[in-house]
Every structure is written in C-alpha cells, then in structure tokens.
Design a protein around this ligand. Structure first.
Ligand SMILES: [Zn+2]
Length: 372
C-alpha cells in the first residue's frame, strides 16, 4: 500500500501497543489489544501514501484490517480527527463503529438530507466523511454505537481479558448537544460542521488489557461545571472505584483547556507514558511552550508526534556540518518531516515502566520540542 516503506514487526500476541500517528494536522490512534485484536481511534492521512494513516500502518505490520480490527471510534467530528475515516471503516469489515452519543446517525440523516441533495462530490472533511459513513452503515444495516459515560463498547473474555469503555460524553453534554442540534437550520451550513459539536462532546476511552489500562483523551476539554467534560469523568470514575491508567493520550493537543490536575492525580498512575499530537491551524499552534512545560512537570515520559509548526529545522552554523546536513537533508526531504509516530509497546504482564517507547519520523520526546 505504501510503496518502499520497510515492513515493521507486528506486536506479539501477549504484547499491548498504543501507536499515536500524527502529521502537523491530524490524529489517529492504533491499539493492539493483545491476541491479534486491534482498535482504531480517529483518522488522519499518511503523507507518504496518501491513504488513512491507520491502514498504512497496519499494512506495514502485515495486519489485515478486515479480519483484525474489532472496533473503530470517532471521538468527534473536527477535521483533524476524521480525514479518511470512511475508508478505515470500509476496510475494517468486521469492526464495530462507535461515535459520540451526542449525535445519532438518524439525527445526521435528517440534518444532512438537504445538503446531500445539493452535493454529489463529497470531500474528505467533516460532512463528506459523515455522509460516506451513513452510506456504509446503511449498506451494512448496522447503526454506529453511541458512546457515552461509562459504556462498554467491546469486551473479550477468552485468553487475556480485555475491555474498552467510553467515559464521555456525559449525559448533560449529550442533552446540550441534542438541544443545540434541534435549533439548527440544515440549509445554512456548507461543507463542514464547525459549530455543531464542541469538544465537550468528545469521546474519552478507557482501555483495559489484563491488568494494564490506557486512557485515550480525545479532544475533551474542562468546564467549571462538573457535570461536563473532564471533571464529570473524574467524579464518575471516583464513585465507581475505577483503577488508574498507565498510558495517557493527552487530550486536545496539550491545550490548557483540556488540562486538569485532578485528571493526573485521580485517573493516572504517577509518571505515565504519555503522547500527544500537535495541531497547526491559522492562529493556533499546539502544544505551546507553556503546555510543554506543564506536561513535563507531570511526567518524564511524554512524547510528541511532530513539531507544532511548519518550516525547516534550524541546523548549527558550521560549514562542514552544514554541507553534510545539506547532503543528508536531500534524503531526509523525501520523508515528510511533519509526520511522526509514537509507539508504546510492552507485554501485558510486565510493569509498564519497562515498556518500550519508539519514535518514528518526526516524533520526539516532548523535551526536544523547541520553545516557540
Ligand atoms: Zn484535535
């Protein structure tokens, strides 16, 4: 699928893997749940092959998505999380598909009907992806699972027990989104859904394989009202006596509005393996230096998939070094430097502090991110 890229070694049956893939704009998580079962969360495009990053990666591992992917989750409908999602669902023929419970497919269908009547060319962004997903679910006669607080999305009992639960959106967040949707004029929007769903409707996932747990934070934000966002999760998880997580996909590209001390103290073990993707849009470049400093004060094991800004790396001002770098750069230039992959992998029975983190492409330890 992706030409000359070398094939990688797939994880062993008893190994867990969390792979975070991201260029300067986009995010996708690929998780090995042990025993050859996989999950994909969100989607972005692989710049080498121009195919969905999750499919390009599984192809390099020699994993067939039609047989191995059990669950696909769309955390929310923002453009940086949905590119190529319909292709991922199409290729993963036996997988269940979950979306935020804040929007049901039937709501989308009603809302999209006038738009679909006027648009035959579907693009790769929000609305186009949703329209394609509706068509696939119709074809398969299988509606997406609405994810909501403390809902079991997938379970395995044979061998190493495993489960995937959604921890959000909270019930008040679902109600607020549905109220908002009912007031919208379907004819008024064009190709995207920028105002339809805020980040407080984003899906957060808790993945448990054996005794190891991973918290995948989507783009969920914090609100002062504890019935919304991260604080709603902190409260419900405390009440249900849930155990803490060893791995953390940091929410909302490290932004301050996705951060709360109580998430780190109540939902995570100290010093967890953590990873995040950058987002670079017109005015926004995340993570910023203050985000980097805040995260590094909380964990030594924080990794970033790519630089949060466009442009070339600055090389040392030394003639010999510069000449060498120019020669090397010619080769490096063929690999898009804005794309990276953080892979966290280890045996389910081993202490997660011994798990191995590898950085591919533009990925780096967060401390290596230059100050902006
Ligand atoms: Zn995002």
């Amino acid at each position: 699928m992706n030409g000359s890229a070398p094939q990688l070694q797939a994880p062993a049956s008893d190994e867990i893997e969390v792979s975070l893939l991201g260029p300067g704009f986009g995010e996708c998580i690929v998780v090995h749940l042990g025993q050859g079962d996989w999950m994909i969360v969100d989607s972005c495009i692989d710049l080498n092959s121009n195919t969905p990053a999750a499919l390009a990666y599984l192809d390099r591992l020699g994993v067939d998505p039609a047989k191995a992917v059990r669950l696909i989750v769309a955390t929310h409908w923002h453009d940086d999380h949905v590119r190529g999602l319909a292709k991922v669902v199409e290729a993963s023929k036996s997988a269940a598909f979950a979306i935020t419970g804040a929007f049901q497919v039937k709501d989308f269908r009603l809302l999209l009907a006038p738009w679909l009547a006027n648009h035959t060319e579907l693009d790769c962004k929000g609305l186009g992806e949703i329209a394609k997903l509706i068509a696939i679910s119709k074809q398969r006669n299988r509606s997406p699972i609405p994810a909501s607080e403390n809902k079991m999305l997938w379970e395995r009992h044979a061998g190493i027990p495993a489960q995937i639960r959604s921890l959000s959106p909270s019930d008040p967040a679902v109600a607020a989104c549905i109220a908002r949707l009912s007031k919208m004029d379907p004819g008024a929007f064009s190709r995207r859904l920028p105002m339809i769903e805020e980040n407080h409707a984003s899906v957060v996932l808790s993945v448990e394989v054996g005794s190891r747990r991973m918290l995948l934070g989507g783009d969920l934000e914090c609100r002062s009202d504890r019935s919304f966002g991260w604080l709603a999760i902190v409260d419900t998880q405390k009440d249900s006596g849930s155990l803490k997580h060893h791995v953390f996909k940091i929410p909302h590209h490290g932004s301050l509005n996705g951060h709360h001390e109580e998430v780190w103290s109540d939902l995570l073990h100290p010093n967890p393996h953590s990873a995040l993707t950058p987002v670079v849009t017109g005015k926004t470049q995340l993570p910023a230096t203050r985000d980097k400093d805040r995260i590094l004060a909380l964990t030594d094991h924080a990794y970033l998939t790519a630089m949060p800004r466009k442009g070339k790396f600055r090389y040392p001002r030394d003639r010999v070094v510069e000449k060498t770098m120019q020669e090397v750069a010619r080769q490096l230039w063929t690999i898009p430097h804005l794309q990276g992959h953080v892979c966290i992998r280890g045996k389910h029975g081993d202490d997660p502090s011994t798990w191995i983190v590898t950085c591919h492409g533009a990925a780096m330890h967060l401390s290596q991110m230059p100050d902006s």
